[in-house]
Design a protein around this ligand. Structure first.
Ligand code: NAD
Length: 486
């Protein structure tokens, strides 16, 4: 068999669904305030549904202003004792939470996939292990805080409100809670409305870890709950991950108040392929860059910049590789691309793809059988994209990649930086010096070389321009949760 025939084999896999009989979900979840689950003041519960089946999974409380006030009061009461705890004792709680996430990993992965639509392969191999790793990492920092800030004396900020999106629900909760608690703050976390379940399981983990009541609150609800948390008077900091529009609203609401703020917002990241790159490896990176988590990734490599001399070859290889992506049941262990998170997100993707077509870009969408129920969008490639097209400018947040080309290194840099965002970028080249030169000219918080979407709790993550400010991860992630005393 020649290499060509061998690599052109398309494997036909049988179904390999993960079982769901081991998960223990309640029918209904209240708000986690002061270490206990309690009824929301106005009694509102809303079902959270599985986007792959449209079936309800559990009912979840929506917190209103009274609940927000109760959570802040409980947090304020818990704050002095938590801050005064010996650093090593605080670390022990974080280590315990990390280990419990590992113990419950299988259940957390299945629930994450059911609630959000992401392939089980990703929740099992990326989201949950990385969430545990963040708690481990910051547990290690709890007694070394001053070394994270140039050996200055530091103290916690107090009560922090944290608002997260739906694309990496447990992982974003870990990115927020682990550094905040390690630094001696108490936290109120507001999960996204479509994916509250793993945060609620994390609340149960906090109970199992015997975390003192009030140190963590999980306040489920919608944008109104988040807005009420931002406007609560007795709060010291807001950390937000989500869309640029909401980030702007939060910044305006906090203007003139002595409240700390970090914003992790949207992106339109450039993935740059130079002609000297290992092209097959680059194609894998392009696929991982845009189709990982259905493209619901803030740093997704959604603008693919290919050097003109290798454009046709890269596009041909990419299109062939895309044809092998398995789209469908997220609980199937062989699935590469799962369900779109919600009907609203699906219509946003459809609207932008329609704009791409009407503005004259050329669309290719892979042929595949999509389940009858649920929200789906097949992996899509746009060529002949001009830098002014909406699909080259706006965040699609779906499995859609827009291809642009460049001739020289300078043009690649100029096109990559031609965005109001600046979250991440990828550089594919065989030349180390070129990679460093390009990376230092890019206005992007994270630049990957010959890889993409590679996350590590020890590395800082955050944006430039309208992608936000502040860093999460590594020692840089401590700074937003500390004040320097001397
Ligand atoms: P979103 O901004 O609509 O919602 C994010 C969170 O904010 C949710 O919990 C939501 O309930 C809450 N919220 C909504 N309105 C609010 C308000 N007025 N005040 C306070 N809170 C409010 O974003 P989304 O659609 O859930 O997530 C997608 C966006 O998140 C994308 O733009 C993506 O790029 C971004 N994101 C960024 C990062 C990053 O690290 N930079 C990571 C993941 C996602």
């Amino acid at each position: 068999m020649t290499i060509e025939t061998r690599t052109s084999i398309v494997w036909d896999y049988g179904r390999a669904p993960e079982s769901t009989d081991h998960i223990r979900l309640k029918d209904r979840y209240g708000l986690f305030i002061d270490g206990e689950f309690s009824e929301p003041a106005d009694g509102t519960y809303v079902p959270t549904t599985n986007p792959a089946t449209e079936e309800p999974i559990a009912e979840v409380a929506y917190g209103g202003p009274d609940d927000v006030a109760a959570a802040v009061e409980a947090a304020r009461a818990a704050a002095p004792k938590w801050a005064a705890l010996k650093d090593l004792e605080r670390a022990k709680y974080l280590f315990r939470i990390a280990r419990l996430i590992q113990e419950h990993a299988r259940e957390l992965a299945v629930v994450e996939t059911m609630d959000g639509g992401k392939p089980l392969r990703e929740s099992r191999d990326v989201d949950i292990p990385l969430a545990a790793a963040h708690f481990f990492h910051y547990a290690g920092w709890a007694d070394k805080l001053r070394y994270g800030v140039n050996a200055r004396e530091v103290s916690p900020l107090g009560v922090v409100g944290q608002i997260v999106p739906w694309n990496f629900p447990l992982l974003m909760a870990a990115w927020k809670l682990a550094p905040a608690l390690a630094c001696g703050n108490v936290a109120i976390l507001k999960p996204a409305e479509t994916t509250p379940l793993t945060a609620l399981l994390l609340a149960e983990i906090c109970q199992e870890a015997e975390l003192p009541p009030g140190v963590v609150a999980i306040l489920t609800g919608n944008g109104d709950t988040g807005a009420a948390l931002v406007r609560e008077k007795d709060i010291n900091k807001i950390a937000f991950t989500g869309s640029t529009a909401v980030g702007r609203d939060i910044q305006a609401a906090l203007a003139g108040r002595a409240v700390g703020l970090t914003l992790e917002l949207g992106g339109k990241s450039a993935n740059i392929v130079f002609e000297d790159a290992a092209l097959d490896q680059a194609v894998e990176g392009i696929v991982n860059g845009i189709f990982f988590n259905q493209g619901h990734v803030c740093c997704a490599g959604s603008r693919l910049l290919i050097q003109e001399s290798v454009r046709d070859e890269v596009i041909a290889k990419l299109w062939q590789r895309m044809g092998r992506l398995r789209v469908g049941d997220p609980l199937d262990k062989n699935t590469d691309v799962g369900a779109i998170n919600s009907a609203e997100q699906l219509s946003r993707i459809e609207a932008l793809v329609a704009a791409g077509e009407s503005e004259g870009a050329v669309r290719q969408t892979i042929e595949c059988e999509l389940p009858e129920r649920g929200y789906w969008f097949a992996p899509t490639l746009f060529t002949d994209v001009s830098p002014a097209h909406r699909i080259a400018v706006e965040e699609i947040f779906g499995p859609v990649v827009s291809v642009l080309t460049f001739r020289t290194q300078a043009e690649a840099i100029e096109k990559a930086n031609n965005s109001r965002y600046g979250l991440a970028a990828g550089i594919w080249t065989d030349k180390g010096a070129k990679a460093f030169e390009v990376a230092s000219a890019l206005q992007a918080g994270v630049v990957w070389q010959n890889t993409y979407n590679h996350f590590d709790p020890t590395a800082a993550f955050g944006g430039y321009k309208e992608s936000g400010f502040g860093r999460e991860g590594g020692p840089a992630g401590l700074r937003p949760y500390l004040q320097v005393v001397r």
